[in-house]
Write a protein that binds this ligand. Structure first.
Ligand SMILES: *[C@@H]1O[C@H](CO)[C@@H](O)[C@H](O)[C@H]1NC(C)=O
Ligand SMILES: *[C@@H]1O[C@H](CO)[C@@H](O)[C@H](O)[C@H]1NC(C)=O
Ligand SMILES: *[C@@H]1O[C@H](CO)[C@@H](O)[C@H](O)[C@H]1NC(C)=O
Ligand SMILES: *[C@@H]1O[C@H](CO)[C@@H](O)[C@H](O)[C@H]1NC(C)=O
Ligand SMILES: *[C@@H]1O[C@H](CO)[C@@H](O)[C@H](O)[C@H]1NC(C)=O
Ligand SMILES: *[C@@H]1O[C@H](CO)[C@@H](O)[C@H](O)[C@H]1NC(C)=O
Ligand SMILES: *[C@@H]1O[C@H](CO)[C@@H](O)[C@H](O)[C@H]1NC(C)=O
Ligand SMILES: *[C@@H]1O[C@H](CO)[C@@H](O)[C@H](O)[C@H]1NC(C)=O
Length: 463
């Protein structure tokens, strides 16, 4: 009797235990339906336990931070947010609801049932919203066809399965802990990947052409972006040759970061940390911060690699090459500022016109920016023509270059001080030779670069 009771108790115990383990799996929904929304604190989880959708507060989770967003993250890595629904309109209390509203829209509601975000498509009565193992949130019709998907409306993260076509844009967060739309956009334009900052200024552009295979974009990345992962090519990854398919979809993503860098991250397993495999722009001179306001960056100028170019010289020209950018600004000064902010801006031009409204006159200023080539400028000192403002260096004096920054002979000698002298001398001379070759090559590259500068010089002389 006692034995059978204890057996029963034990069985119950095991049953409860099993239930406890089983519960989170059997009851983790992967869908939102008309009758089932999620409140703050609840989540839905993709069927393979890979992605999770719910409410979150970005950043280090200070208790005083009231902002609540709905987003998708890796279940194994809740800190890595791959998608944010209401990026520009956080809730400020933990009482939001994400569900299908009376108008049939998938939406996020505050405590007063006002929607702060909606997907703008109507979910049919028997349709549903489903989170897939790819990280894609889909709205499905009655017949289970896809009528909306987050993969077509990404935030800053590109996941395997998305396709970078002309319509897809990754928009950076505003900062590390603010998912609002930031300054940088990554997209495909023609057959080049570009990063654009704020308005229309090109910040980085891949030299990709044809089928996206070139030096400055990792083949794995272009294959990911063009969703052609099924190709059986082997790629060099670190020291190893590997195929794309050897990297599970769970372990790769590409992010347009708030600092202007697009980064490709991989990890070897679900618990492994993310490794930075590739990023652009890589060159410090291409960095946004390296040539911020009023500075023009150069790899070789002075110690910190930044040379100030604040001056503009107005010129009348009657024919100029096509500008690289054209946009509306509120004053000539804004146009100038935009030029100063762009590392590659060589000249700007503004045209201010007055627009007469019924009661007032507004000024309308159009700003043109030349970033690449001033090749086609023609001068005429006669009247007419357009005024452009050419960026000029105050004291332009090309100095011969001395030693290189890193890897120069001095560093190496210091490092290898304790080695036997003869060996060190051998190493040093081999390195010196290598260095000389390297130097000659970089000189050659530099001469090419300087041609653009000389053009600017010629223009000044012409004036
Ligand atoms: C939604 O998820 C629950 C729990 O996984 C499942 O029982 C239900 O069938 C799903 N609904 C639909 C419409 O697939
Ligand atoms: C949703 O709720 C309505 C009304 O309560 C009910 O008629 C309908 O059957 C429910 N649908 C599902 C899928 O449970
Ligand atoms: C979070 O905390 C770490 C370490 O204290 C800090 O380096 C990081 O900048 C913080 N992140 C944010 C978004 O505040
Ligand atoms: C829905 O439409 C509104 C108004 O046009 C727009 O502001 C919002 O961005 C749209 N939402 C999505 C997810 O596209
Ligand atoms: C990929 O390469 C492997 C090994 O070379 C080969 O066995 C396999 O058939 C290839 N798959 C495709 C789809 O070409
Ligand atoms: C490269 O190969 C080595 C040895 O074969 C292995 O230990 C290492 O994990 C590999 N690295 C990657 C990134 O696959
Ligand atoms: C450019 O802006 C300045 C200052 O607002 C103005 O005087 C000038 O006329 C503008 N240039 C053109 C071509 O409109
Ligand atoms: C300003 O001028 C541009 C070009 O002339 C025009 O396209 C634009 O519509 C104007 N903007 C306003 C607000 O009038």
């Amino acid at each position: 009797m006692v034995r059978s009771i204890s057996l029963l108790a034990c069985k119950t115990c095991i049953f409860i235990l099993l239930l406890c383990f089983y519960l989170p799996f059997s009851f983790a929904r992967d869908n939102i339906t008309l009758n089932h929304s999620i409140s703050d604190g609840e989540t839905i989880i993709s069927i393979g336990q890979i992605f999770e959708l719910g409410f979150f507060t970005p950043g280090n989770g200070s208790n005083n931070d009231p902002r609540r967003y709905v987003g998708i993250w890796y279940k194994s890595d809740p800190k890595t947010i791959v998608w944010v629904a209401n990026r520009d309109s956080p809730l400020n209390k933990k009482n939001g609801v994400c569900g299908i509203g009376e108008d049939g829209n998938l939406a996020i509601f505050d405590e007063h049932k006002n929607s702060v975000w909606k997907a703008n498509v109507s979910v049919p009565p028997k349709g549903m919203v489903k989170l897939l193992d790819s990280g894609n949130l889909q709205i499905l019709s009655n017949s289970l066809s896809v009528i909306w998907e987050s993969f077509k409306h990404p935030t800053d993260t590109f996941l395997p399965g998305m396709k970078m076509d002309g319509n897809l844009v990754l928009k950076s967060w505003e900062s590390n802990d603010n998912p609002a739309e930031g300054e940088f956009k990554f997209q495909l334009e023609g057959n080049q990947y570009t990063i654009r900052r704020e308005r229309l200024i090109i910040y980085w552009q891949s030299r990709v052409s044809g089928d996206f295979m070139s030096d400055d974009i990792l083949p794995m990345v272009s294959s990911l972006l063009s969703n052609s992962d099924r190709s059986n090519k082997t790629y060099k990854f670190g020291h190893n040759e590997t195929t794309i398919s050897s990297f599970s979809k769970k372990y790769r993503r590409l992010v347009m970061y708030f600092n202007g860098k697009v980064q490709y991250l991989t990890r070897l397993s679900e618990s492994a940390p993310w490794d930075l495999t590739w990023k652009e722009p890589m060159n410090r001179c291409d960095e946004f911060k390296a040539c911020g306001n009023s500075e023009r960056c150069s790899n070789s100028e002075n110690s910190n690699g930044v040379a100030k170019i604040l001056n503009f010289k107005p010129l009348k020209v009657n024919k100029v090459g096509k500008p690289d950018e054209k946009f509306q600004v509120s004053s000539e000064n804004d146009c100038k500022e935009e030029c100063l902010k762009d590392c590659y801006c060589q000249a700007y031009s503004n045209e201010t016109s007055q627009v007469r409204g019924v009661t007032s006159v507004t000024r309308n200023t159009t700003c043109w920016i030349w970033s690449n080539d001033l090749n086609n400028i023609q001068f005429e000192d006669t009247n007419g023509g357009r005024e452009i403002h050419l960026r000029v260096q105050p004291n332009f004096s090309p100095e011969p270059k001395q030693t290189k920054q890193d890897g120069g002979p001095n560093n190496i000698n210091n490092q290898f001080k304790q080695w036997p002298l003869a060996f060190a001398v051998t190493v040093a001379s081999v390195l010196a030779l290598a260095f000389a070759v390297f130097y000659i090559f970089t000189r050659k590259a530099k001469v090419k670069k300087q041609e653009a500068g000389k053009r600017v010089d010629r223009l000044r002389r012409a004036k």
